[in-house]
Structure formats: structure tokens, C-alpha cells
Write a protein that binds this ligand. Sequence first.
Ligand SMILES: [Zn+2]
Length: 410
Amino acid sequence: MGAETRLTFLNLGNPTGLKFTVEHGASRVLFDFGLEHAPGQAPFSLGLAPRVGRELEDLLAVGSAPRLDGLYESWDGRTAVFISHLHLDHTALVRFLHRDVPLHYPAAMEPLRSAVEAAGYLPWRHPPGTPLEDRRPVAWGDIEVTPVAVDHDLPGAAGYLVRTPDLRLAYTGDHRWHGLHPELTAAFAEAARGADVLIQEGVGLEQEVPLPADAPPRPPRLSEPEVLAGFEQLLASEPGLVVANLYPMNRERVALLAQVAAAHGRRLVLEPQSATVAGHPDVLQVDEVRADPRRFVVQLGYQNLPLLIDLRPPPGSAYVHSNGPPLGVYDPTYRVMEAWVRQLQLRFLPLGSSGHSWPADIVRMVQAIDPGVVLPVHSRAPAALAVPGVRALLPEAGRIYTRNALLDER
Ligand SMILES: [Zn+2]
């Protein structure tokens, strides 16, 4: 404890699983509490899961959950947790928080949060915590925390502004400028302008580094409006079945695709769990689809690829990869998905839009905020961030950064 603000990254989130604390005096706030998504690299991935009944012990044992006193067995009386959005790399450990730990999340996330919990997709802590009104500051000791909405590829995402007696810090959360609500991200940048320290999400920086020679080609880079236009074009002429691998938490895309499908005489039907998550209650019935494939768009996630055998799509039907898992070409299961498409003689159409800013937009964001120092995190290529006129600091996990060290005023 000390009079100076201290920032510590428990996990840099490179590429995912970002977690950090801000402390001042006796108070500590912890941002995001998810699981690293690194298929083929994390101990629990590619079909290996923590054992039932001892999930937390297993995750702690392999370093996938942080060893932190005062969060699991009991509450330390000084740490409060804030969640930026509902993606699993930011939330999957929330269920293990002790019931007394103060837990906060953006109120706009609540409908999706309760749906994913009801669907059994993402277990949550009980009691579920406090939904925060956008832009209303919350005091935690002498730390003030304010959620500010950003545009991401699911409802209810926010960044946070953090003010201590000696530091103004901004955390962007996951965000983008090429979605349907860029004005939200722009308004966050405006609210964060002049922060001393900017913690900048940099997933999109991976586009700056070359892929391994044997990797599948990157899908085309599209904006969210371009994805919807792509579906429109496909559905205007497709004679067979359309199978789509969507990310069901992207409720807006699901709803808009359902509208486009309806305009072309098709129903968008989803697997039962995805239907609950997406808030689109039209559930897949295999017999219905098989009887008249031209009348349907079928949402099919990776785990349900074998259902293609029962659906019997006419040869040449479209398989649209639209941001459902596998989440990228770096995921070893990407090749598995391609094998199903090939063997069932489907046409592979990549039609997705990232939830994360493109590299030039990250630079634009940092320039708009113009912080004293920017810390790029949550990225395969954090070192690729270079913004003229703004000092960058590549943080190390586990190291305590004092206010003076961050601002280079030692
Ligand atoms: Zn993330």
C-alpha cells in the first residue's frame, strides 16, 4: 500500500486474457476476469477442459487463473472487480469470484448476460453483481471508476476511465471503428482525451505481422456494413442451403441477417443454445431444412459440424464463416472446419468483420486521446504500435508500475 497509484498486469492478454489492477491506498480495482483463449497453446484447449467439480483448482494449477488472495475463498475487503464486456476472454473466471467480492459490469450488457447464463453458455457468479449506468462514476475508496460505452461486436461493451488522487487512466476495452456504431468509440476517445495513461487494446495489430507460411490465407478485411451487404448479395442468388457460422453473442448481426434472409424468403434458424444466446428464438429443425433447403439459413457452430451429415445440403451450397469459432486462421481447428466444407462439397465463403480496430484506427484512437503514455496490450503484436508523438510502454506481467514510473518522473 502507498500514496502513489500502482498499476499491475496479472495477464497482458497477449493475445487474450487481459487482467490488471489499479491500487491506491487501501483500495484496489481489478479489470476483467476472463480465460486466455489460445487453442493449441493453452493447457486447457482443443478438447481438454478443467475437470468437473474442481475447475478452479485445475485452472490455478496450470496458470490459467491468477493466484490472487481475497477473491476466491473469501473477500479481502479492498478489491472490487469491473468487467468491460461479455466475451469469454474477459469473463470466464467471474463464476469463481467469492460471493462477497463487489462485481460491476455495464448495464447495457445485462440482457445478454442473463441469456448466456440461462443458456448454460457462460456460468456466472451469484449474486450477479451491479450493473453500471453508462458514464456514471462509481467511487471505490479514493479510486473513481466510470464506464463509457464503446462499439464492439456484441451488445453492452464499455471502456473505463479511472481517476485516483494522482492519476487519470483510461482503459479502452475491446472496440472498433468499422462497426455499426463508430460514434460510440469516438465518444469514448473524446471522454478519455488527455488521460495520463492509456491502456490500449491492440488485437488488430496482428494484421501487421506476417502469418506462418503454412497458415491458411487471412479472410478479407470487411466492415460490419460490408458483411451485411455480402449476405444480401449471397441470398439474392443462392440456389441451395446457406449454412452460417456466426458468433451468437453478436445479436445485432444475427437480427440483421434474419431480416435479410426474410427479405429473400428464408428463415434464419439456430441451434437451441445459440438461439437463446442470440435472442432469436427460431430453432433449427433438421427435417424442415432437409425438406426445403432453399427456404433456410442455418446457424451451425463448430461443435455441431457433424449435423451437416443430417442436413444433407445440396452440393455447392454455401458455408459462410462469419466470426464463429474458430476465431482465426491461427486456430488449429480452422483446418478441421475447412475439411468439413471440402468433404461435403460446400462453397467456403469468409464473410466476417472483426470486433477489433484495424491498425490505422488504433493509431487514430491513440492520437485522439493523446495520452501521456500508451500501453498496448491484448495483442499478438503489441510492439507493432507506433504513434508519432505519443510515448509507448510495453508493460511486463507481474511488475508493479507506480505513477511516477509510468509518467517517467522518477
Ligand atoms: Zn477481448
